[in-house]
Design a protein around this ligand. Structure first.
Ligand SMILES: [Zn+2]
Length: 62
């Protein structure tokens, strides 16, 4: 029982700012805070920037 407590303490996630890259135009479009497990690598997140969002919406509507 005590061993699980120790594991949970050592793997407390850290809140880190990670970049959000637009997967349409490959530019940094946002930063977001995300929980990264202790010692874990920060990996960029993919999203969509407002410009591309408009383009995509137009395509869908047209
Ligand atoms: Zn974009």
């Amino acid at each position: 029982m005590n061993s699980t407590e120790k594991i949970q303490r050592s793997t407390l996630p850290e809140i880190k700012v990670i970049p959000v890259i637009c997967s349409w135009c490959n530019t940094l479009c946002d930063l977001k805070k995300s929980e990264v497990s202790n010692g874990g690598k920060i990996t960029a997140s993919f999203g969509i920037c407002p410009k591309c969002e408009k383009k995509v919406k137009k395509k869908i509507c047209a």
